[in-house]
Design a protein around this ligand. Structure first.
Ligand code: ATP
Ligand code: MG
Length: 462
């Protein structure tokens, strides 16, 4: 079994990271500078040490002195925020200290730290498949089940994969799942957001540069492709990549070689390309903004992630997952969704997709006072639809403006039948829940189903 990781910090900012490591089954111990003494005296056995670079300088120096004395061979990772150039230099002047710049985003920071730990601790690599479980939950919709079986088929291949989907649908979690479940999982997964990096720096980010190759290139820099050798590169927001860089990427894909900016040496790299975009690439091609040849090169496999409104059966399982995740991170019991809240979530059309749902659930966990999350804690844009009175009846009575909905008027029995079937399908055929949402008894629900000639009671859940 892997020895624990020691995390030395005196602030609460790394608490979630620490909790998440333990959640993943990677034992981590937290110590402040004061209780470091007993650990160093007994030379307690650790796999690696993580130190908060934000500690006051004197304390940090003293902690490092004790660490080197007690564990001269242990690798130390320092964590810090903001401009890390100075921290990196100072940290690296000590023995075995590797500085890791944190972003402030819990998920990203955890991944960064895990990847660093995986790099230095070979034993951790075998545990890494569980890593994806933290971020990815398997959902019941048919479309997602199909996507997962596609991932299963191509996870060990090296061919490129293009992931398309609206914002927040989970493109990045799918990319990571693909990488970490495949044979390349022990090698790095390196992501780069092509939209966030200025055009002039993008190529140096991707391919690295030689010292002096442009103003400001004080040192040689290794690019993402080289870092990801044997692993995968996620080209995120590839639809925003400048045409010039697209040409270079195409060349790399064809030759399997890169050249650092300002360099002449050709360096062989073996990486799997995963590209993600929320733009329709063929539309970008029509506009002359995306190269057709690159498009064909990267979409050997394409995954089209459906928006959440097209897989409503995923809403409640995801909501519950986010409730559990929040409860685990913050401590305390997970809360229950009230039937109204569940209905509210099912009625919203989620333009921000899973990300919006996640944020809504985190907010709800904080705002809900008791053990139950009611409808009232959700923001207006989610409650809007739910609170709106039913339109058609009013529209029939008054000769005013035409109803907004162009749906045909249906016989009442048909409306009722559809409402019942919709409720069952959204709630995974759970009859107890469906009856509750429809405000009828379970007996009435079964009677009506029988009347419509549907399923026997045994085919239902709940
Ligand atoms: N199946 C899932 N299980 C757990 N979390 C998920 C799932 N799908 C998405 N998420 C969560 O939803 C959020 C958005 O996911 P992600 O960042 O992968 O989306 P994206 O499609 O890359 O978005 P964007 O286009 O804005 O970059 C993240 O917090 C992610 O963890
Ligand atoms: Mg993304």
């Amino acid at each position: 079994m892997l020895r624990p990781i020691l995390l030395i910090s005196e602030s609460t900012r790394y608490q979630p990271l620490f909790v998440a490591l333990n959640d993943l089954g990677i034992r981590a111990e937290l110590a402040s500078c004061v209780n470091l003494g007993p650990l160093t005296e007994t030379k307690k056995s650790f796999a690696a040490i993580v130190i908060d670079w934000g500690l006051p300088a004197a304390k940090r120096a003293e902690a490092l002195r004790q660490i080197y004395k007690a564990w001269p061979d242990l690798q130390v990772i320092s964590l810090g925020y903001g401009d890390s150039a100075t921290a990196r230099r100072t940290a690296q002047s000590g023995n075995h200290v590797e500085h890791l710049a944190m972003t402030g985003n819990e998920k990203e920071d955890l991944i960064l730290l895990l990847e660093e730990l995986r790099r230095i601790l070979p034993d951790l690599r075998t545990q890494v498949v569980t890593l994806s479980d933290l971020f990815f939950i398997k959902t019941p919709s048919r479309k997602m089940v199909e996507i997962l079986s596609l991932i299963d088929i191509m996870k060990d291949e090296s061919s490129s994969v293009l992931i398309q989907g609206e914002t927040g649908t989970g493109k990045e979690v799918i990319a990571r799942l693909l990488h970490y479940s495949g044979r390349r999982h022990a090698a790095p997964f390196v992501a780069i957001n092509c939209a966030a990096i200025p055009e002039t720096l993008l190529e140096s980010e991707l391919f690295g540069h030689e010292k002096g190759s442009f103003t400001g290139a004080f040192e040689r820099r290794i690019g993402k492709f080289e870092l990801a050798h044997n692993g995968a590169v996620l080209l995120d927001e590839i639809g925003d990549m400048p045409l010039h860089t697209q040409a270079k990427i195409l060349r790399v894909l064809e030759s399997g070689e890169i050249e650092r900016v300002g360099g002449h040496e050709k360096i062989k790299v073996d990486v799997r390309i995963v590209a993600a975009t929320n733009k329709k690439l063929f539309q970008q091609i029509d506009k002359g903004l995306f190269r057709q040849d690159l498009y064909y090169r990267i979409n050997t496999f394409t995954i089209n992630l459906p928006p959440l409104r097209e897989r409503l059966e995923d809403v409640l399982p995801l909501a519950k997952h986010f409730i559990d995740l929040h409860a685990r991170r913050r401590g305390g019991p997970p809360k229950r969704l009230s039937p109204e809240a569940e209905q509210l979530l099912l009625k919203h059309d989620w333009p921000g997709n899973v990300r919006e749902l996640r944020n809504a659930m985190e907010r709800a966990m904080v705002l809900a006072a008791g053990n139950e999350i009611g409808a009232e804690v959700f923001p207006d844009e989610i409650r809007e639809k739910f609170d709106r009175p039913p339109r058609p009846a009013a529209a029939l009575e008054s000769p005013g403006p035409a109803p907004m909905s162009a749906a045909p008027i249906l016989p009442l029995e048909e409306v009722e039948k559809r409402a019942i079937l919709d409720a069952l399908s959204l709630l995974n055929n759970n009859a107890t829940k469906a009856a509750k949402h429809l405000s009828i008894s379970k007996a009435t629900l079964f009677r009506k189903l029988k009347q419509y000639g549907f399923v026997r009671r045994t085919a239902m859940r709940g």
